[in-house]
Design a protein around this ligand. Sequence first.
Ligand code: ATP
Ligand code: MG
Length: 582
Amino acid sequence: MIEGYPEIARDVASLKRAPNLGDWAALRESFSWDDMWAELDTPGGLINMAHECIDRHANGANADKPAIIWQAADDHVETYTYGDFKRQSNKVANALKGLGIEKGERVFILSDRIPELYFSCFGILKIGAIMAPLFSAFGPEPIKERVARAEGSVIITTPKLLPKVNAIRSQLPSVRHVIVIAHREGATVAPEDIDYASIVDPASEEFEVERTGAEDWSVMHFTSGTTGLPKGAAHVHNAIVGHYATGKYALDLQPDDIYWCTADPGWVTGTSYGMFAPFSNGVTALIDEAGFAARRWYRLIQDHRVTVWYTAPTAIRLLMRSGESLPAQFDLSSLRFVGSVGEPLNPEAVVWGNRVFEQPILDNWWQTETGSIMCANYPSQPVRPGSMGRPFPGVHVTVVDDEGNELTEPAAEGALVVQPPWPSMFRTYWNDQERYDSRFKNGWYYTGDRAKRDEDGYIWFVGRDDDVINTAGHLVSPFEVESVLIEHPAVAEAGVIGKPDEVAMEVVKAFVTLNEGHSETPELMRELNRHCRDRLGPAVAPREIAVIDILPKTRSGKIMRRLLKARELGLPEGDTSTLEED
Ligand code: ATP
Ligand code: MG
């Protein structure tokens, strides 16, 4: 809990729209997952994620409604309706069937964000195979490691990315086919590979979706690797109930929304909220092929009249760094909801958003394993900057002591846990059941994060288990120290670690990057030290502050504190497959 940030009131009557969740306490009382299930189309108790996301809309009034507005890197735009989406994913499903791919097999996708990536994902789900996306910037080793762990049968990729697959292909005996989406690059396909167009174009547009049940496998996602080796979290078709419900109540998706999730499908946010939540809610999703660029992003919001925008703290900090005169050049008035996930959102960023977008940025918390949002700030609720909001209705997420007893005293710190089960809960770590089992204890799922809960039920992230610092008996949240550091106008980003110390056990060490126009002078360092001591007190303020050029981050944009620590202490760096290299 970071002091100095007053609550931001939200007056429901003056919101641009009446939100789906008008009264959190009332919905929490009345919510049932069965009601959510009943809003989907589940004939005979069967459920298939692709049917809920595409066919049930394409078969009804939404057939001609755009599902995807795709902005290519070269800025041309392609639009696909729910009807197009059904036909295209049916063709992929038929093509995969034609190759003999069966229910339960793992089909990997390694592709930039092009429409065929989306058609393929849903084609895979339609045949009942397990869809396993990989981030396109992975090198050969991380690809090999993940495909091998899951014993993948197929890799769908593009000519540009194919050399990385070829480099490790001989070491992947489970892979029967490599399908190459060649037509967009005008490339030819080698005889040992399969040209996507050659099997998809002639395939039928009709397909009967596999009769999957709630507990049949659907999606496998590898975690971000922030704390160690990425784990393959596997989900089932029932997860769509969670995606649908959280899309509706946590992201407030409404039928005429133009929704933009900036995450890549290589990470769980890019599937759960880049595909499953928007499509199951039947809204139109903007997909940008290109990566982050402040001017481009503001332009896309303006040009497509984006209403609901879901992004991440690292992008928001970059936008903050690019100044406030840039967004002022664009018409961002279409925005009704701005959300953030992936890392703690610094209170300074919430307040900045309130100025620039005329609404606070709504932070929410979840993880690859939980599959969908567990804790959120809702449009109808006052925002406490620095808090990740309140539990999602239907989910019991709370804070417990070492024995698993719920902490009732306000602001007591403990392990952040969720009471199982919930629809989108992961059902195993692929080929690592033991690790999976170890996460469930005392009737709780242990998230691996630590948090506090205040007297009104708002949850405040403290840190990951391994990141919380113990200095002279004080438990210090790296996030709190980082948040205070970035309040200073010279500081762009900060990463904070505990450094072993004989006397204090650990001392707080901060690494900061500076904004343009600032440099590391003795005066600045004195000022930063003073600022931290004033805001945090001498016990918590960093003992050391070092200026560095870039903070090590995962490719999904998370600060890798374990790497800062390993480098500081000269220890082995561990798994760096998800480290962003540029
Ligand atoms: P790995 O498990 O491989 O170390 P990871 O935990 O970063 O990687 P993800 O599942 O992508 O993999 O991320 C989930 C984690 O991200 C959460 O457990 C939490 O630590 C952090 N996180 C996500 N959203 C928030 C948030 N709003 N506030 C604070 N932390 C968040
Ligand atoms: Mg994790």
